[in-house]
Write a protein that binds this ligand. Structure first.
Ligand code: NAP
Length: 310
């Protein structure tokens, strides 16, 4: 096994993403030692039982003390409190990164608490499932998935290279973006799709002329696929929308305009327009398959591995 990329890694939060990182670090020998913080005693017990970490703490500062790489893996709404807690104990030269689904808010919430000599390099693995908690993680979650890093302009080159090496060691491909561009791209590729899923599942649940048992019985008509996404963790997604308000509202405006276009085509019986739109969208799926981000296999009872919730 190769030399660990980092001597000591601290996982702050041990849910789907934190536990998956723990598994892959162990499997690929990426860290010499892994400490962890989890809020609940149930998660702390699981983290030890499943060998996700070598040591576990009930506060973030104790987990982060002495670490070379600290990875924030809680919902983004908790980052500010965590950053304030760990700031005073971070050692010079340490790298603080995160896996949050939003990036501008991470810089805004965390940067003020980073002491001089500590490198804040935000990140986001574009990989996930609708599952949550320490038991839902698996080692190949990040395999062949993109990780977007949003380093500051004056990033320390050596720190940045180590972080890239770490993610590549997890099997990921690394891309660099500015935080605001990340938030715009993810608003349309992830956040709006989740909003649509939450909305359509909620609407179906509220219908009065169609019974709930009919919704469940005939769900294979398309509804079922939305329910998978709409089963994603409510805390995580609440925080995403609260912390990516501007980009989501901008993309939602575009989405609403296009929905109105479809509505008009249906009302006017404009078959050509509908056919044109549906043909274009089909080709986008082909491009996603060709890019290796989805498989062609029919998807009855989709299994979790690699099928993104984020
Ligand atoms: P998760 O499975 O729900 O786990 C969240 C973890 O954070 C748990 O260990 C939980 O502790 C802890 N936590 C929750 N609220 C906290 C608080 N207020 N203070 C301290 N700790 C708290 O979540 P996840 O899916 O791994 O997501 C974690 C991060 O990854 C989020 O920022 C999310 O945006 C990002 N992300 C998620 C996905 C995805 O598909 N799920 C993909 C990419 C990125 P307890 O277990 O003790 O309650």
């Amino acid at each position: 096994m190769a030399e660990p990329v980092f001597r000591h890694v601290a996982l702050i939060g041990i849910g789907l993403i934190g536990s998956s990182l723990g598994h892959i670090m162990r499997q690929n020998g990426l860290a010499g030692h892994v400490s962890g913080f989890a809020k609940s005693s149930a998660t702390r017990d699981k983290a030890i039982q499943l060998k996700i970490v070598d040591e576990i703490h009930d506060n973030a500062a104790d987990a982060a003390k002495g670490a070379d790489l600290i990875i924030l893996c809680t919902p983004v709404g908790a980052f500010k409190v965590v950053a304030a807690e760990i700031g005073p104990v971070l050692k010079p030269g340490a790298i603080v990164t995160d896996v949050g689904s939003v990036k501008e808010a991470v810089v805004r919430d965390c940067a003020p608490f980073m002491p001089a000599g500590v490198h804040l390099i935000p990140g986001h693995p574009v990989a996930g499932t609708e599952q949550s908690g320490p038991e839902s993680g698996f080692a190949d979650l990040f395999d062949n998935r993109w990780v977007i890093l949003t380093p500051p302009d004056d990033v320390d080159e050596a720190a940045f290279k180590s972080l890239v090496r770490f993610w590549e060691g997890c099997g990921s491909n690394v891309e660099i973006m500015t935080p605001d561009h990340h938030d715009l791209v993810l608003a349309i590729t992830s956040h709006i799709p989740h909003l649509i899923a939450y909305n359509i599942v909620g609407t179906a649940d509220d219908l009065e002329q169609v019974t709930r048992s009919e919704v469940i019985k005939y769900s294979a008509g398309g509804f079922r696929d939305f329910t998978r996404i709409a089963a994603s963790d409510p805390t995580m997604w609440r925080d995403v929308f609260v912390h990516n308000k501007d980009a989501v509202l901008e993309m939602l405006g575009r989405f609403t305009e296009d929905l109105t276009d479809l509505q008009r085509a249906i009302r006017r019986g404009d078959a050509d327009r509908l056919f044109e739109i549906f043909t274009k969208t089909r080709s986008i799926r082909r491009r996603i398959i060709d890019a290796g981000q989805e498989t062609e296999a029919p998807d009855f009872g989709r299994h979790t591995t690699g099928s993104g919730s984020d």
